[in-house]
Design a binder for this molecule. Structure first.
Ligand code: ZN
Length: 268
């Protein structure tokens, strides 16, 4: 059954996508958003070069978290260049998957990017208990990709497939690829039951055609947290996960999801 579903899906999926666009009016939105997508695409590389520049000599200091602290408050008070996101990425191994939860007494390293490898080397046992250690995981385990990103198709209004399809049976647990905040969770036209999550880098992940949702809008999620089960809701002929990475919450701002995951240490 899954093999049959996989083979006939691409055709019907194109059909489904054309309906999705007609229903949401996404075509009109696509052009301005594309511009935004390209502008954002430069961000990760820029962030890395900044981090490397800062890494060199500056002596690191340790900050003990006090009651009432938040990462952004500490970043402001300690003049962390790069703000709370830098603070979080440098201290991710001690903070964990949720940047909004920090315990009083926690020791944060400020002003030294090199802390990350050192921490990883010092805590191999802890790393084994988690996933990739990069802060990112696959949205579904052990699935193969059916229809690839940017597969051309005249029936898609954008001219190509805006995400990737993972071939999985209905009821497969789906995971948040990284920590973030759920910006929408519910029915969305041809996408069926859908979850969209905003991540710390400003990018969004979208999970479509789900059979059930276990998160709601506004909720914070951690890396690898189950957000619901896969399904075949919306306009599909067979169960699969349609997965996108976007630079905005909306259709039309898609980026290459495979490249994005790989850039964050996820192999697929
Ligand atoms: Zn798809």
């Amino acid at each position: 059954m899954p093999a049959k579903g996989k083979h006939r899906r691409p055709k019907s999926h194109r059909f489904a996508r054309s309906i999705a666009v007609a229903a949401t009016g996404g075509v009109a939105l696509a052009l301005p958003l594309m511009g935004a997508a390209e502008a954002h695409a430069a961000t990760p590389a820029a962030a890395h070069s900044v981090a490397q520049t800062v890494a060199a000599p500056a002596a690191a200091k340790t900050y003990a978290v006090k009651a009432g602290d938040t990462l952004s408050k500490i970043a402001d008070e300690q003049n962390v260049s790069g703000g709370w996101k830098k603070l979080y990425s440098d201290n991710r191994s001690v903070i964990g998957g949720d940047p909004s939860v920090i315990r009083p007494g926690l020791k944060l390293t400020i002003g030294q990017k090199a802390a990350a490898p050192a921490t990883q080397a010092a805590a191999p046992k802890a790393a084994a208990a988690t996933t990739t250690g990069s802060g990112y995981v696959l949205p579904v385990q052990g699935a193969s990709i059916g229809t690839a990103y940017k597969t051309a198709g005249a029936m898609w209004s954008s001219g190509y497939h805006t995400g990737v399809d993972f071939v999985i049976p209905t009821g497969t647990p789906l995971k948040a690829i990284a920590a973030g905040t759920v910006v929408s969770a519910g029915l969305d036209g041809a996408y069926g039951n859908e979850v969209v999550i905003r991540h710390a880098d400003g990018k969004y992940s979208q999970y479509a055609h789900m059979s059930s949702l276990s998160v709601s809008s506004g909720q914070t999620v951690t890396e690898g947290q189950q957000i619901g089960l896969s399904g075949a809701t919306g306009n599909v002929t067979g169960p699969h996960l349609h997965f996108e990475i976007r630079s905005t919450p909306s259709y039309g701002s898609d980026m290459d999801p495979v490249a994005y995951l790989r850039a964050h240490g996820v192999s697929l």
